[in-house]
Design a protein around this ligand. Structure first.
Ligand code: GDP
Ligand code: IMO
Ligand code: MG
Length: 428
């Protein structure tokens, strides 16, 4: 059985969590490979709503084992809260059902304080991070001074390393950023307590998943964030600090290249972004209000992690084609088609114009997006499609919208979702 990888093709929040939950029905392992609790994956199952930040969305399916790969930065406080939250919703998560890579890195309160101090220091050039300490934790990883999960196995040394870590960052906070220092002793005690609790979950994820694949088991890799937030391939510097793109799944889980089956690119029917950075097809005014929603519906465009209103715009095929290329997407899942119902006309960006020149692909990659979008306009549809379950029952204009995306991208849209519930999906 192969490794199937689910990735976001835009700036995150494409609906990856709900797609992972659905496909986890056929998976043995569901593994997060990048990011940390900057992610917010909402899964709706009947009356229950699950909001997950660190634990893979696939654990809602009771037969799966959830895996947190070496590519993550893990805030133990958030992880333990999430285990409790799931328990309260009758999802039992113990060391048999959740494995945490020994080589993942730990986020501490010092990373959160640095994240906030750095954002403030950036002023108008701020990135608009989730303030979860993600960037500073990856900084320490690449600087080779990070704290890895495996350090929790030796509590005495862990306590010493933590104390030194907080004291070092305290110096930076006070001298570089004029910020308050943290109480190193209190942080150490708190984290030693977490280490006690998390020790039984620590595992060699690379061995676990490689053997599972060799034995014919099905592994689903759950990407967090999206292609355009990728550290290398996104809209740098307005990106996150990890690699959400599909190759990140191999590095972030310790797997070789021979296992990959499908790469499923989750694409929202329109474009959204939280935080700063370029967004060529962004709209404002009444169209933006219509795409974003008011917050009345649980799926309206407000951040799961930070509650910030998401910026919204028309679907950008230039960026989508780019995402398909850098991920090697084999099939698309198009989400939130229902949200477009009732709009008279729909725009799709099919090229970028600079002077007399029109580009069908990004001339210089997504860090240079200073172009005027070239739009095609398609007919909208009036019908509410949330109860549609078969392709043939979709209004002709909705079918034409999806088919046009497929034709422009050259990749089939095998699933189309028309609502957040498990059954609100059209399989083709
Ligand atoms: P993720 O970060 O990619 O997992 O996406 P989020 O969970 O942050 O945001 C997607 C939101 O849209 C969640 O509230 C989902 O329940 C919801 N959602 C997903 N697919 C659909 C859909 O097809 N229609 C509607 N109305 N909501 C959806
Ligand atoms: P999911 O998995 C949307 C954005 C932040 C900010 C930038 C850097 O739910 O799709 P960071 O805290 O990572 O240093 O912030 O990345 N960002 C996301 N936007 N969805 C996410 O995750 C995101 N995770 C980070 O808003 O612009
Ligand atoms: Mg999200």
């Amino acid at each position: 059985m192969p490794l199937n990888i689910i990735i976001g093709t835009q700036w995150g929040d494409e609906g990856k969590g709900r797609v992972v939950d659905l496909l986890a029905g056929q998976a043995d392992y569901v593994a997060r490979y990048n990011g940390g609790d900057n992610a917010g994956h909402t899964v709706q199952v009947g009356k229950q709503t699950f909001k997950l930040h660190l634990i893979p969305s696939g654990v809602i399916q009771p037969h799966t084992v959830g895996v947190i790969g070496n590519g993550l930065v893990v805030n133990p406080a958030v992880l333990l809260q999430e285990v409790e939250m799931l328990r309260a919703l009758d999802i039992e998560i113990g060391p048999k059902r959740l494995k945490i890579s020994h080589a993942a890195h730990i986020i501490t309160p010092a990373h959160l304080a640095l994240d906030a101090a750095r954002e403030q220091a950036r002023g108008i050039g701020k990135i608009g991070t989730t303030l979860r300490g993600i960037g500073p934790a990856y900084n320490h990883k690449t600087e080779r001074s990070g704290l890895r999960v495996e350090a929790m196995r030796d509590l005495e040394n862990f306590a010493e390393s933590l104390k030194a870590h907080v004291e070092t960052i305290n110096k930076q906070l006070t001298t570089l950023y004029n910020a308050e220092p943290l109480d190193a002793q209190a942080v150490t005690e708190e984290y030693v307590n977490y280490a006690h609790q998390l020790k039984p979950y620590i595992s060699n994820v690379s061995i676990l998943l490689s053997q599972a694949l060799q034995h014919g088991e099905n592994v689903l890799a759950e990407g967090a964030q999206g292609t355009l937030l990728d550290l290398d391939h996104g809209t740098y510097p307005y990106v996150t600090s990890s690699n959400p793109t599909a190759p990140g799944a191999l590095v972030g889980l310790g797997l070789g290249v021979g296992h990959i089956g499908h790469v499923i690119g989750v694409t929202k029917s329109f474009q959204t972004r939280v935080g700063e950075g370029p967004f060529p097809t962004e709209v404002d005014g009444s169209t933006a209000g219509r795409l974003r929603g008011t917050g009345v519906n649980p799926w309206d465009e407000f951040g799961t992690t930070t509650g910030r209103p998401r910026r919204v715009g028309w679907l950008d095929i230039v960026l989508l084609r780019y995402a398909l290329r850098v991920n090697g997407v084999t099939e698309l899942t198009i989400t939130k088609l229902d949200v477009l119902s009732g709009l008279d006309a729909l725009k799709i960006c099919v090229g970028y114009r600079a002077g007399d020149q029109v580009y069908a692909d990004l001339p210089l990659g997504p860090t240079d997006l200073d172009y005027e979008p070239v739009y095609e306009e398609l007919n909208g549809w009036r019908e509410d499609i949330m109860s549609v379950r078969a392709w043939d029952d979709l209004p002709a204009a909705a079918q034409a919208y999806v088919e046009h995306i497929e034709a422009l991208c050259g990749v089939p849209a095998k699933m189309i979702s028309v609502g957040p519930e498990r059954e609100q999906i059209i399989q083709r």
